[in-house]
Structures are given as structure tokens and as C-alpha cells.
Ligand binder design. Structure first.
Ligand SMILES: [Zn+2]
Length: 333
């Protein structure tokens, strides 16, 4: 058995792991992140996870082609520059893990890795793509020429901290008016709180439609659409992909974002499709597979029917409109 790849997606609360044979995800597991054991404790846990999955799959250590790893913070050249949730700073993760595993270890920011995974799930993998993940906060991954764009300081793709409102809401980054404060789960709840005049949470936005709830969602959608239109002017991607818990919780957001986006986008950028992510919380694992396949000797693709749901990202704007409800949301300027 050769061409075994293990993907690891390290978060502040849990670590997701998956073992691939070729391009098939055959084993998965999710365990709590042992943060209290410090950086070395987490790294040891990751190594143990890899050995455990190999054993479960009945594979040998020499069958391991590589390990791909996603971390919740900026990455540059195999070094995790900062991961607040894990208490890591300038940690040479790839090098440290590689010493114990004797196989290539490749790391990337988790949102970038998810972008790589989502791209690989499409019928024609886009070379230039932007993935935006809407959860409690906002993450984004940028692919340029099929590769992750890290940037000089590992900050490429920090869409959540684009300033959308001068002197706006105070952000966790210490500045004000960032996109995350309006369009993330927390941001949508704040939109609703301001409209209702009392503190609201994301879960209060669920349930039966009412005009204020729609207005709160629409504000978040409009801000995100503005941000995407601005990003289109900088990187002009083939496709925007939206994922994360907020997109799953509020499916109507996609149509709202598209409607606003077509209004804000410049010239031909209006035709850039805005689509829903396909892989859910396994995108990072598939991204880890891609990262290893693209950067280690051996086949980059495997024959046979891909195991993951595919989407068409080339659908034109007119075609997309025809599949959507006919009445667009009223903008709330
Ligand atoms: Zn910010």
C-alpha cells in the first residue's frame, strides 16, 4: 500500500484527522485539542494521531507519502507565525513534526487549506479562487495559479479584517469597522441587536422570518458583497466560494449576497459566480491531501470517480438567477 496521506486540521478546540488512500478518505477522527499540554504536547498528539490512523488502516509507516496540516493562524514557509487559540508564536511546525515522522510535512493556514480542498472538489478546479468561511468570525483563503497565496507576512486573505465602515464597530483586532463585525455570526447578531434595541444572539436569528431578522441578514450580506466586489478588483478570481456554519444556518444568505454582489461588482466582475462550499468541515482535510499531492513526488491525481460531491462553478449569472427565487431581497441602505 503506497500513497497514503494523512490530513490534520488543528483548531483551538478540536483536531480533525483523516487518512486518504489515493484520493479516498477512508478514516476520519475528531479529538479535543490538548492545548493545556503546551505546543509540544499538541505536536506529540499529532504524531500519535498519524501513527494510530496508519495502524487502523493496516498500513506501514513507509507507505506514508506525506502529512498535510492546517493551523488557525498565519503561516509562512512551514512556520506558524501566530495562533492565538493555541498560544503558538513563530513555531516551526513543519520541521518539528517532520523530525519525528520521517516523511514530508506541509502546513498551511486552515482557511487556505479549505480553499485548496474546495477547489479540488470542483469539476474543473479553478486556479484563481477566493473561499470565505463565515462562522463566529470570518476566514478566507486565496488561491492564485492553483497555489495558496500566503503573502509577505502570512496575512493574504484576511478578508474579515477589511475595514468596511470608518469608525465603525470595535473589532477584536483592535481596529474598528472590520467586515467581521457585520457579516460573521457575531456580526449578524449585532445587526439584529441594533435593530431590536436589545441584546440578541445568532440563534435568535433562526426560526420564522420577520422583517427585522431579514434586515439584519441583508445588512451582513450587503457588507460581504461589497467586500467581494473590492476583492474582485484586486485578484479577479474565477469564482467566490462561501462556506462555514453561518452559510449552513442561513441558506438564504447566498442569494442575498449574489444580488448585492451583482450590483456592486465592476464590469465583467459581475459575472464571477458566487457559490456555496461543498465539503463542509471536511474541506481542510481534502485541502491537506491536495497540498501533499502537489508538493511531493508521485501522482498528483488518481483515476476513478472522485469520492466527493462535485459542483459546477462555471454556471453563468443568468443561469444562476433562473434557479433562484424570483423576488430579490430589498436592499437596506
Ligand atoms: Zn478587525
Amino acid at each position: 500500500m503506497k500513497n497514503i496521506v494523512v490530513g490534520l486540521d488543528v483548531g483551538g478546540t478540536s483536531i480533525k484527522a483523516g487518512l486518504f488512500e489515493g484520493n479516498r478518505l477512508v478514516l476520519r477522527e475528531k479529538r479535543a485539542t490538548p492545548k493545556q499540554q503546551g505546543a509540544q504536547g499538541v505536536l506529540d498528539h499529532l504524531t500519535q494521531t498519524v501513527w494510530r490512523l496508519l495502524e487502523k488502516a493496516g498500513a506501514q509507516r513507509e507507505d506514508l507519502r506525506g502529512v498535510g496540516l492546517g493551523v488557525p493562524g498565519p503561516v509562512r514557509g512551514g512556520v506558524c507565525l501566530r495562533a492565538v487559540n493555541l498560544g503558538w508564536e513563530n513555531l516551526p511546525v513543519a520541521k518539528l513534526l517532520q523530525e519525528g515522522m520521517d516523511c514530508p510535512v506541509l502546513i498551511a493556514n486552515d482557511a487556505n487549506l479549505a480553499a485548496l480542498g474546495e477547489a479540488s472538489a470542483m469539476e474543473r478546479a479553478p486556479k484563481n479562487m477566493v473561499l470565505v468561511t463565515l462562522g463566529t468570525g470570518i476566514g478566507a483563503g486565496l488561491l492564485q495559479n492553483g497555489r495558496i497565496l500566503e503573502g509577505r507576512h502570512g496575512l493574504a486573505g484576511e478578508l474579515g479584517h477589511m475595514i468596511m465602515v470608518p469608525h465603525g464597530r470595535r473589532c477584536t483586532c483592535g481596529r474598528s469597522g472590520c467586515l467581521e463585525m457585520y457579516s460573521s455570526g457575531r456580526g449578524l447578531a449585532q445587526n439584529y441587536s441594533e435593530l431590536k434595541g436589545e441584546p440578541m444572539e445568532v440563534k435568535d436569528l433562526m426560526g420564522p422570518t420577520n422583517p427585522l431578522r431579514q434586515k439584519a441578514l441583508d445588512k451582513g450580506a450587503r457588507m460581504l458583497a461589497q467586500a467581494l466586489a473590492n476583492v474582485a478588483n484586486v485578484v479577479d478570481p474565477e469564482v467566490f466560494v462561501l462556506g462555514g456554519g453561518v452559510m449552513e444556518g442561513f441558506p438564504e444568505l447566498l442569494f442575498m449576497v449574489r444580488t448585492h454582489y451583482e450590483r456592486f461588482a465592476l464590469l465583467k466582475a459581475k459575472e464571477i459566480p458566487v457559490i456555496r462550499a461543498q465539503l463542509g468541515n471536511e474541506a481542510g482535510l481534502y485541502g491537506a491531501l491536495e497540498l501533499v499531492l502537489k508538493n511531493t513526488p508521485g501522482p498528483q491525481r488518481f483515476p476513478g470517480r472522485p469520492p466527493i460531491k462535485r459542483s459546477r462553478h462555471k454556471a453563468g449569472a443568468a443561469k444562476r438567477r433562473s434557479r433562484e427565487p424570483s423576488s430579490p431581497p430589498r436592499p437596506t441602505d
